[in-house]
Design a protein around this ligand. Structure first.
Ligand code: FAD
Length: 551
């Protein structure tokens, strides 16, 4: 096996052993972006941290967002100035920390007759947005005439179009961002494990001192001891508050958001577009590699949190919206090749509808010491983490903690391997990856873009693995998978095809094509039994069906 000079291989068995033996300063429950961010913040400030995730990292909301690092223009309309300012400024920070994974994306906001925004309001709104978010002058908003807009986006309806605003946003892959933050936390000594579920809390003298948990892969139970426990369980936060007998006052309000995926050639928008839906909402159409995705819906949700599905009515809603804005494309159900559906863990406010609820994060502290965080956005994860760890640090110091806890450091910790100096360096590196892939007969530039967007300079390690495995079928897939098994705690086919690579959403054909070969490959590496492998393939086929066939 290849050695790396960047990251130690992650040995899950050793982590599991330690979880049952070490007393941690902080136990974080939940391996979405919020939990990952807290683990990194705390570990990099000197705390001994454990993080456990009941399924795979980012398997909850953090692989099902619109995948934008954005200030949330629409929150301006709700006068959530502080939120827009904080997440707006965070965009630039997260982009600087991971310019390969958080890429700049211009957003077109068409102005249509009787639409949500008029020309003056849009111009002013975008200007305020730029100021709040501290956008550099070269990147600040521009207003376009009808003709200029049609030049940029000929698919728009010229009969209703009046012009457009164009402004700066960033696009990412939420699940990749999460795993990279987890890996950074591991680099700072945190013990992070997927497939470990917290079942209950352990108390001493009326205070939480850890949790009982189950390793769902080994079916072992363990006690994880920790001075402080933070729940970053997203849509499950209230379940843990209930176990802690502290579910009182504010509660979660879950709303479902669906995105659908169509081949790029069926909706060949030139840049991301944020457009009006006849019911008064707004949605995105975002081009990405071979596909364009459209979303999102926003409806109250009361079903199974572990199994959130895209329904036929969700697909119709999004198709109708897209066809209304781009009248010549005539998208139908048959064009939808993939989809994803996620839950927003929002804070309930009496009398407010799904889309009116605030996206602000909120901290709850129980009498027994459970700290829960809910709400918020992917974009603001670093700041949310800082706030939570500040609370933990204060408590730690108040209870004679022997270590000195430093100030926040995450604004200086690059995400996703060795740092890039600038977006320009990302482009140069991508060109070199493109040349290297050609040596393996991979000529499609998409693959170099895909590899660098997902792995940054860690692509070097994947290419080195390709060299070792040269001559095998599905070489890139296998090298990626081998890398993920060593460094990213891949445990199953779905970890690989959904969360580590996004292939189920952005390149579903590559999943259908490589599924059996990859299952054989993983069987050999993990010594799976034939039955286990068969189940894994079945499970993955069910995932393919659920994202592409709708009832
Ligand atoms: P999650 O990702 O759900 O993580 C919580 C984790 O806790 C889960 O993985 C769960 O399995 C685990 N867990 C629960 N109970 C236990 C237990 N007992 N033991 C162990 N683990 C447990 N934000 C943006 O900034 N930009 C966007 O473009 C954007 N678009 C969005 C679009 C949609 C449709 C949705 C739904 C959200 C969007 N958001 C966006 C918001 C953003 O995705 C969320 O704020 C963020 O992902 C929430 O992360 P989290 O870690 O808090 O929750």
């Amino acid at each position: 096996m290849m050695k790396t000079n960047e990251l130690e291989q992650i040995d899950r068995n050793k982590i599991i052993q330690r979880l049952g033996n070490v007393t941690y300063d902080l136990l974080v429950i939940g391996g979405g972006i919020t939990g990952a961010g807290i683990a990194l913040d705390a570990a990099s400030r000197g705390l001994k941290v454990a993080l456990v995730e009941q399924n795979d990292f980012a398997s909850g909301t953090s692989s099902r967002s619109t995948k934008l690092i954005h200030g949330g223009l629409r929150y301006l309309k709700q006068f959530e100035i502080a939120l827009v300012r904080e997440v707006g400024r965070e965009r630039a920070t997260v982009h600087r920390l991971a310019p390969h994974l958080v890429r700049s994306e211009k957003m077109l906001l068409p102005l249509i007759k009787d639409g949500t925004y008029g020309k003056i309001a849009t111009s002013l709104g975008l200007m305020v947005y730029d100021v709040l978010a501290g956008v550099e002058s070269a990147d600040q908003r521009k207003m376009l005439s009808k003709e200029e807009t049609l030049e940029k986006e000929p698919l728009l309806d010229e009969t209703t179009l009046e012009g457009a605003g164009i402004y700066a946003e960033y696009r990412t892959d939420d699940a990749r961002l999460t795993i990279e933050v987890v890996k950074s936390a591991v680099g700072f000594g945190a013990d992070c494990a997927n497939y470990v579920r917290v079942d209950d809390f352990i108390y001493e003298d009326g205070k939480i001192v850890g949790a009982t948990a189950t390793d769902r892969n080994g079916n072992n139970e363990m006690d994880i001891k920790a001075r402080f426990v933070v729940s970053a369980a997203g849509p499950w936060v209230d379940e843990l508050r209930k176990k802690n007998d502290s579910l009182e006052g504010k509660r979660l309000h879950l709303t479902k958001g669906v995105h659908i995926v169509v081949p790029r050639e069926r909706l060949p928008v030139h840049q991301a577009v944020y457009f009006d839906v006849p019911d008064g909402r707004m949605i995105f159409a975002i081009p990405r590699g071979k596909i364009t995705y459209i979303g999102t819906t926003d409806t109250d949700y009361f079903g199974d949190k572990n199994h959130v599905l895209t329904k036929k009515e969700d697909v119709h809603y999004l198709l109708d919206a897209a066809n209304n804005t781009f009248p010549t494309v005539n998208l139908t159900m048959d064009d939808v090749v993939s989809s994803w559906a996620g839950l927003r863990p929002l804070i309930h406010e009496d009398g407010k509808s799904a889309s009116e609820l605030s996206r602000k994060d909120e901290l709850f502290e129980s009498e027994t010491g459970l700290i829960s965080i809910a709400g918020g956005k992917l974009t603001g994860y670093r700041k949310m983490a800082e706030r939570v760890v500040n609370v933990v640090a204060k408590r730690y110091e108040a209870t004679d903690g022997e270590k000195e806890i430093s100030d926040v450091r995450t604004q200086k910790i690059p995400i996703g391997g060795k740092a890039f100096e600038s977006p320009k360096e990302v482009d140069t590196y991508q060109e070199s990856v493109e040349h290297q892939l050609q040596e393996f007969g991979i000529a499609d530039p998409y693959q170099a873009w895909y590899l660098v967007s997902n792995y940054g300079k860690q692509s070097d390690q994947i290419i080195a693995l390709m060299k070792e495995m040269k001559g095998q079928d599905h070489l890139l897939l296998k090298a990626e998978c081998a890398y993920g098994m060593q460094f990213e705690l891949i445990q199953s086919l779905s970890d690989f095809f959904i969360r580590r690579t996004g292939r189920l959403y952005f390149d579903i054909e590559s999943v259908r094509d490589g599924l059996t070969d990859l299952a054989d490959f993983m069987q050999r590496r993990f010594q799976w039994t034939d039955d286990f492998k068969k189940n894994q393939i079945q499970e993955m086929k069910r995932e393919i069906q659920e994202v592409s066939e709708f009832s």
